[in-house]
Design a protein. Sequence first.
Lengths: 72, 376
Amino acid sequence: MDTALIYLFFYAFLLIVDLIPLMKRKEKKVLYLSIPIFLLTLVINLMASFGVQFPALSPMIGQLVKFIFHMQ
Amino acid sequence: MTNHMITGTQIKSTFIMFWLGSLVVLGVNQDAKQDAWIPILLSFIMFLPLIWLYSRLVHLYPGLNLFEMLLQIFGKVFGRIMAILFILFAIHLGSMIMRIFAEFIQILSMPETPQILTIALLSLTCIFCVSNGPENIGRISKFTWPIMAAAVLVTLIISFKDMDFNNLMPVMTTDFKTLIGGGLVLCMFPLGEGVLCLSLFSAVSPKIKLFKILIEALALTVVILLLVNMRNILILGFPSSTMYYFPSDQAVSVISVGDFFTRMEVIIGLNLMLAGVIKVCVCLYAASLGLAKVMNIKNQKSLIVPCCLLMVTVAGLIYSSTQDMTAWIKIYPVYAIPFQALLPAITLIGAEIQNKIKNGGSSKSKNSENGNEPAS
């Protein structure tokens, strides 16, 4: 719960400082990229903070690297 | 080009801080045991070709950054593909540093505090730093590099009484293959990561002698690494120095002056904070600049926050534990070869070919203007 609160404060701060000014400036191209990233990362981070287990990225990349380079 | 230029001293400091970003805390690869100082020295020689590569690229395309070079050399389609690869690498590297930062603080100082708090505060600092432009990164580096060097020197001098020089014995017992391997690992982690610093070069003064500056930066980095590694081995010895996640912190925690001056390990935290912030800033700047170039957006600053959010999220998901982090650091040099050696080499080959064609074309047109046909 603490973690989720920190995420919410963090995202709220960035919303005020970055996203709302972008909306006011009507930078459409940037907004098409920013809003999905903002929402997607918020959902992932909140899910992770409520205990949803996501696979760790580095071990997966590590497996791929080991497979490609025939490492032990 | 931006109005404010990064000077030679500033870019030198930026490279040093970027290279030392995480190594002053993690220490170097310990496969060479007490001979770890030899791979550090070898890495200086091994990295010279990449220094030449960076200088040559900047010489061929003065005033352009990495992504502008890629688009100019390889065109819109292939250039964008290569730019996307560098963006992904920048985001991954930035998130790795953020996570090391968070792990360090959680393990050693604040075990009850959630890692996201550290990561959020670090990312806010980096967002504001990068928002003020690349020259701001240069200025901060120039200011913080002497502080970090002084911190390393102070810990080295004060720890002199705790050092056991027998820890370096026996010398040269490690086989040559391991020594060369250790040198190559250092070239990839962290020296080769310097390719991302090329994204700052649209703001660097074109008058600077880059090769000389990079050699100086590399020499200073190697000296600092050598001092840090020697200090850790002389205090902790081998294999004790390999038993800790953060050997520098452990080595410095032993140091005390009398009974009143203890807990010197806070200096290691300071080093990580100074150099780590610079490294994340460079990664964040590279990622946002690359994304702006790929998407043809004029204002790179509006993409800083989305890139930072991606870094924060990846930093949370990148490892499931600290053991994962140390296991990944062993695989990382192999993973990084395409980004740090292969892609820059392909870029240079493309740049040389384009430059030759351009020069051939210009000399041909000059000759035809003078009425001389070039000899076939």
